[in-house]
Design a protein around this ligand. Structure first.
Ligand code: ATP
Length: 243
């Protein structure tokens, strides 16, 4: 039992959940290392949603709501950490949800689908095809899901796949605590925030965008500006870290 008054309560709960999901085969061992990289960057932003991340989340909501066909691509870490949050975002945005894994096995696909379904997510099913221009099983996606989507939200993505989805002409929104990652720099829009804060922020924005706000946010989207702002926020915190 993790005591609720522990200063790192949220982080310890997340680790405990990821470790349990790794033992159950939902999270890949490599996913645990990826989470550690994310945690380090979360420290640098003070483990809270920054101003630039809040703006990025509102912009993400505007893009999802104006999409012809939006799909949320879910991997093991995202399912383990944020299944309830994905269910809420699906309800708010009307997006489809597809399970898409870097370390893909039929068993993991089934485990993750079951976890998401238990939390109220409607998960797309079908026969995957090699549509993403990548080698091996990373090319697989559903023709009626990611294959058809004009907008894909890919939390905690890897750089190659993000670039391949862009090369397919898709608008790619990512959630990545590391503003320097290839994913963050390749995506159309990056929300530099922890996934369990970022998804609820996007969900909340789906029902609170003012008239014309969505169009304005999409028209003024500048991902390089958002990444610079995230780095500036980290630099500012570091400059005053020991005061
Ligand atoms: P790239 O290939 O894009 O350069 P990478 O090699 O770091 O990045 P991965 O190892 O797949 O990619 O890691 C996924 C990314 O997700 C990391 O950049 C990490 O910062 C981020 N990340 C991990 N956990 C979280 C989380 N809980 N919330 C938000 N971002 C996270």
């Amino acid at each position: 039992m993790i005591p609720k008054d522990h200063p790192r309560y949220r982080s310890l709960v997340a680790r405990e959940r990821l470790a349990r999901c790794a033992r159950e085969g939902i999270v890949a061992m490599e996913g645990l290392a990826a989470h550690g990289r994310g945690e380090a960057f979360d420290y640098l932003i003070g483990e809270k949603t920054t101003k630039s991340a809040a703006l990025a989340a509102r912009t993400a909501a505007a893009i999802l709501l104006s999409a012809r066909h939006a799909v949320i691509s879910v991997n093991g870490n995202t399912a383990a950490l944020a299944a309830d949050e994905i269910a809420a975002l699906q309800r708010a945005s009307g997006a489809d949800v597809e399970v898409n894994l870097f370390h893909r096995t039929e068993e993991r696909m089934a485990l993750i689908t079951r976890l998401l379904t238990e939390h109220g997510v409607r998960v797309l099913s079908g026969t995957p095809e090699r549509l993403v221009p990548l080698s091996h099983d990373r090319a697989l996606c559903l023709p009626e899901g990611i294959g058809d989507a004009d907008v894909v939200l890919v939390p905690l993505e890897d750089g190659d796949r993000c670039a391949a989805l862009r090369a397919m002409g898709k608008t790619v929104i990512t959630i990545d605590l590391n503003p320097l990652s290839r994913t963050a720099r390749t995506a159309t829009l990056t929300v530099v925030d922890e996934v369990t804060r970022a998804i609820p922020a996007i969900t909340a924005a789906c029902s609170s965008l003012g008239p014309g706000e969505g169009e304005r946010l999409v028209a003024s989207l500048d991902n390089t500006y958002l990444l610079r702002a995230a780095i500036d926020e980290m630099r500012e915190r570091l400059a005053h870290a020991l005061e």
